[in-house]
Design a protein around this ligand. Structure first.
Ligand code: FMN
Length: 325
C-alpha cells in the first residue's frame, strides 16, 4: 500500500482516498471501518451552524419561560458540541489515520471559538464548508467573497492546525479566490462541495430535494478547475470531491492534479468497505502504467503539464460542438 502514500495538508496519508463528510463518518464504528477498509483519512460529518441554531429554536419555542429557554439553548449548544468533541477524541484514540472534523457555516460568528476546542480534542486539520447563498441582489460579488476572506482570517487567528475550505464552483473567478485563500494561510481546498439543490414535484406541487447522491456526469463540472488550480504557482493542496464512483474515477482527478480524492455517494450505495476495492483499482491501473507512486503521475494531465492545454479552454467549444450536425 506504500505506493498509494499521499501528502495532504502536511499530513501523510496511506491512500489518496478520503471518506468525505456525511453521516457515514458520524460514529466511531464507521470511522474504524473506514480505516480498516484502507481510507487515507476521514472527514467527520459537519457540525452545522444552522443545526445548532434550529435545535435551540425548536426546543425553546416549546417553553413559555425565557429563563428556561436560555438554559435549554445553552444546554443544547454545549451538548451538540460536546458530542462532537467526544467523537473527535474517540476517533483519535481508535485510529491511526488523520481525523478531520468539519464545520458547515455561513458566518464567522459564534463558532470559531469551538474550532479551538476541536484542535484541543486532537483534530489533525479542520475542513470548513462555507454554504453562503448570495440571495441579496443589492450585495456585490466582492461583498460575498469578503465573507469568505474575513472568516478565514478570524479562524486562522483561532487555530494552528491546517485549514481546508470546501467550496462551490460558482465564483466569478475560482482561481483568484483560491489565491486569496492561500495568501491567508489556507492549506487546502476541497473542489467542490455539492450543495443541496431544490427540485419540484409537479404532482404534489411541492419543493423536494434534488438527487441527494451524485451522478458520474457531475465530474464534468469539477475536472477542468482541478486541472487549472493545480497548475497555478500556489502551494495549496486540492482534494477532489463529487462524482467518484470507482478507483478509475479517482485516478482521473489525480491525473488532473488533486492531492486527495473524497468519496461519499458511492459508499452509501456500496458500503464503506468499497474503499478497499477502489484502492485495488488504483493500484491495478498504476501497475499497467508502471507507476510506482501516486506522486509520479499526479497532475500529469493538468493545465501546465498536458502538451495541449487548450483542451481545457474555450476554443474547444468551437472545435467540439461544430462537428455535431
Ligand atoms: C447524505 C449526505 C450527507 C452529507 N453531509 C455532508 C456534511 O455534513 N458536510 C459536508 O461538508 N458535506 C456533506 N455531504 C457532501 C459530501 O461530503 C460530498 O462532498 C458530496 O456528496 C459529493 O461527493 P460524492 O459525489 O462522492 O457524493 C453529504 C452528502 C450526502 C450524500
Amino acid at each position: 500500500m506504500e505506493k498509494l502514500q499521499t501528502k495532504y495538508l502536511g499530513l501523510t496519508l496511506s491512500s489518496p482516498l478520503i471518506v468525505s463528510s456525511s453521516l457515514l463518518t458520524s460514529t466511531a464504528g464507521q470511522l474504524k471501518e473506514a480505516e480498516d477498509s484502507g481510507a487515507g483519512a476521514v472527514v467527520l460529518k459537519s457540525l452545522f451552524e444552522e443545526q445548532i441554531t434550529s435545535q435551540v429554536h425548536s426546543l425553546s419555542s416549546a417553553h413559555e419561560y425565557p429563563e428556561a429557554a436560555d438554559y435549554i439553548a445553552n444546554y443544547v449548544r454545549s451538548n451538540s458540541v460536546d458530542n462532537y468533541l467526544d467523537l473527535i477524541r474517540k476517533a483519535k484514540k481508535n485510529l491511526k489515520i488523520p481525523v478531520i472534523p468539519s464545520v458547515n457555516c455561513y458566518t464567522a460568528e459564534g463558532w470559531t471559538g469551538f474550532a479551538r476546542k476541536m484542535e484541543d480534542a486532537g483534530a489533525d486539520a479542520l475542513e470548513v464548508n462555507v454554504f453562503f447563498l448570495p440571495v441579496d441582489r443589492k450585495k456585490t460579488s466582492a461583498e460575498s467573497e469578503k465573507l469568505y476572506l474575513d472568516l478565514i482570517e478570524k479562524l486562522r487567528r483561532s487555530i494552528t492546525i491546517p485549514i481546508s475550505l470546501k467550496i462551490g464552483f460558482r465564483f466569478s473567478n475560482i482561481l483568484y479566490m483560491i489565491d486569496q485563500f492561500y495568501m491567508r494561510g489556507v492549506a487546502g481546498v476541497v473542489m467542490f462541495n455539492r450543495f443541496f439543490e431544490p427540485d419540484i414535484d409537479i404532482n404534489k406541487m411541492e419543493i423536494i430535494p434534488a438527487s441527494v447522491f451524485s451522478k458520474e456526469f457531475e465530474r464534468r463540472y469539477v475536472l477542468r478547475w482541478i486541472a487549472m488550480a493545480s497548475a497555478q504557482d500556489v502551494k495549496i493542496d486540492i482534494s477532489a470531491s463529487t462524482g467518484v464512483k470507482s478507483g478509475q474515477d479517482a485516478v482521473k482527478y489525480l491525473l488532473a492534479g488533486a492531492n486527495t480524492v473524497q468519496v461519499c455517494s458511492v459508499l452509501y450505495e456500496k458500503g464503506i468497505s468499497y474503499i478497499r476495492t477502489m484502492n485495488e483499482q488504483i493500484l491495478k491501473w498504476m501497475k499497467t502504467k508502471e507507476f510506482d507512486s501516486v506522486d509520479v503521475f499526479r497532475g500529469m494531465l493538468n493545465y501546465m503539464n498536458y502538451d495541449m492545454p487548450a483542451v481545457y479552454e474555450r476554443t474547444q467549444f468551437m472545435k467540439h460542438f461544430s462537428t455535431y450536425e
